[in-house]
Write a protein that binds this ligand. Sequence first.
Ligand code: HEC
Length: 216
Amino acid sequence: MKKNIIHRLNKLSLFAAGTLLLAACNQTGGEANASGADTAAGSESSDIVQASFNEDGSVNIPTGYRQWVFMGAPLTPNALNGGEAPFPEFHNVYIEPSAFAAFEATGEFPEGTQIVKELTTVRSNNNAENGSSQEVSGVGYFQGEFAGLELTVKDNDRFKDEPGGWAYFSFGHKSPPYEKTATAFPAESCNACHEASAETDFVFTQFYPVLRAAKK
Ligand code: HEC
């Protein structure tokens, strides 16, 4: 019994030391941030993980995006779109977690929001005429291989001229490795359709139950 209490006390002081250490780390982190040239101004966006841009204005391909929050997987199979869908075929959509947390808290996409859409082919196996597969779970559409990556970033400072501050990028409609950098499309190529048809601030929340459930 006594041993147990001592053990607990030890744990407590370890915890306290850990908290102090964390606080110290946070402080240096804050200082590094304040002197970082490329950090977005304003307290609101300082908590949001920002995309990484180059001097020529291009954006670097995000890392770790398959561990971001999964929003959904719309499917426009080539076989149902005259053999060539504009955005073939599965679209796996992910949002960067700090932006998701802010969306959950406020119902709005914060400055700095990053959303990716990774395309995959439809698996071809015992294909019927509509491009479907016969698998153990039934006849349907199953994901094949990675086939492209797109990104949108909301940043009203950086993209003053883009409607809503949203810029759109593609790292290639092809199997990996994708391009390492991308430059923003003109608004009429991407942004215009999002502005006209997306339900919430240029994002197609009508197709993402994960976002609808998160929204307050
Ligand atoms: C004709 C309309 C249209 C055009 C043009 C368009 N999109 Fe989209 N986009 C959509 C739809 C619809 C969705 C919803 C998910 C899906 O079906 O893929 C979407 C979703 C996205 C998403 C996920 C976030 C969101 O807003 O839902 C990204 C990223 C994206 N598109 C990038 C692009 C890029 C890059 C271009 C230009 C090359 C582009 N889009 C052009 C209709 C369009």
